[in-house]
Design a protein around this ligand. Structure first.
Ligand code: ZN
Length: 423
């Protein structure tokens, strides 16, 4: 552990610390930003006696943060701010998170904890493949590795062939990436006869996109590594909100810095542990953009709050299933693209790239699944996959197109898994 005093804190102490930090966060908002404080009406730090009292406060949404562009909710002035990051949302007004010096420090600490949870030490070499810029990934991985004292290869995005060469020539032990990027590395490595198994590479820390267990097994097998699922978002201060440990029994969220609630996305009711719903986060140690009951839209559930066999005491949530808005509705059935990915990736004949295309044809929703194949396939494969989709998800896809490898366009950054042409 990087900060064992905080990571393995007794639950009663941890909850005491959360309560104190929650009150301090509310005081910060009241003292620094009356516009922000106005959201809470007459409620204030004095209304917090137990953690349960957080439920008196209203939720914050992505739209609230967009409306606050550029810095309406900032709780530090320009002199106190060191940096901004921006959410990678594709349309509309961006969401900005401004960081103070203390925020950058906090970020480095939780990222160092994440590396430590993945078994990375100061003796390791870390290659960072997310971009350095408004997207927070590159910097987050950088600060954490620096805190840990590991050697850093701050590569940034792209130039896959050179990435491979660096993995070998600098004897990299830990690869950090957006979760679909390893697939690109594997693809290029295959063409170049580059052997991952001959490298000292041991750990992969991947996130920023949902990725199925099946995809995960493929990556681990092809690269000969253990992978760790890291979560986080611009709004909460970037990557590093949580990670799974070597036990792989869910994702530890750093509870001394973040208060977690799971709600029913429709009613806003707080759900008991074990029930799946939308994750709502309150930051307990952030200054630039403290969040009170922020609706992340991420769908997950609390697996448990008892101490983990790894020694960490923070609660564990299940691997993220997708965002509320990723949920697709077709022919009256709701499902997540991840569920389709799981079905596809169970078949060895199917390659690592696929795309779901939704269209409206003569007023009717249609769904086409395009999947690349690794080589020759059996005549029945298409039929079998279609049946499996029907059995598991309850609808018939209109077409399954099996395509040669390399057909689906590779794009920089996050993979495009769904193309919705329905308007
Ligand atoms: Zn653990």
């Amino acid at each position: 552990m990087f900060q064992p005093d905080l990571e393995a804190m007794k639950r009663s102490d941890l909850e005491g610390l959360q309560r104190e930090r929650l009150k301090a966060t509310l005081s910060l908002i009241y003292n620094r930003n009356p516009f922000y404080a106005k959201r809470f009406g007459s409620l204030g730090p004095r209304d917090i006696t137990t953690l349960h009292d957080i439920r008196k406060f209203p939720f914050m949404t992505k739209d609230d943060l967009r409306d606050a562009y550029p810095l309406k909710y900032a709780c530090a002035d320009h002199a106190g701010l060191m940096r901004i990051h921006m959410s990678s949302g594709t349309t509309g007004t961006p969401i900005i998170n401004p960081y103070t010096r203390s925020d950058i420090e906090q970020w480095g600490n939780i990222m160092a904890r994440c590396y430590a949870a993945a078994g990375v030490t100061s003796r390791d070499v870390v290659q960072i493949t997310p971009s350095f810029g408004l997207f927070n990934g590159g910097f987050g991985f950088h600060y954490g590795a620096e805190k840990l004292g590991a050697m850093i290869v701050p590569f940034g995005a792209g130039r896959t062939l050179l990435q491979l060469r660096f993995l070998r020539d600098f004897a990299v032990n830990c690869l950090t990436a957006i979760s679909s990027y390893p697939l690109r590395l594997i693809e290029v490595a295959g063409k170049e006869k580059f052997d991952f198994h001959a490298l000292p590479l041991r750990v992969g820390i991947f996130g920023a996109e949902v990725w199925s267990d099946e995809m995960r097994s493929r990556i681990e097998e092809k690269m000969g590594i253990k992978t760790f699922d890291i979560i986080g978002m611009t709004e909460t201060g970037g990557v590093g909100l949580g990670i799974d440990c070597a036990e792989h029994r869910g994702i530890h969220v750093w509870e001394d810095d973040y208060l977690v609630e799971i709600i029913d996305p429709l009613t806003g009711e707080v759900l008991p542990d074990g029930r799946e719903g939308e994750m709502v986060l309150t930051t307990l140690n952030r200054e630039g953009l403290p969040l009170i009951r922020y609706r992340t839209r991420d769908i997950t559930s609390i697996i448990g709050r008892e101490p983990c066999t790894c020694g960490r005491t923070s609660l564990r949530v299940s691997r993220l299933k997708g965002r509320n808005d990723d949920m697709l509705k077709i022919k009256g059935v709701n499902f997540y693209p991840l569920q389709l990915e799981s079905i596809l990736m169970q078949r060895d004949e199917i390659g690592n790239h696929y795309q779901i295309v939704l269209e409206k044809i003569r007023g009717r929703d249609t769904i086409t699944v395009m999947a690349e194949t690794g080589g020759p396939v059996s005549a029945d494969l298409s039929e079998e996959i279609s049946t499996e989709i029907y059995d598991l998800l309850g609808f018939h896809i209109d077409r399954l197109e099996l395509l040669p490898e390399g057909t689906i366009p590779r794009v920089p950054g996050k993979a495009v898994r769904v193309v919705d042409k329905r308007g």
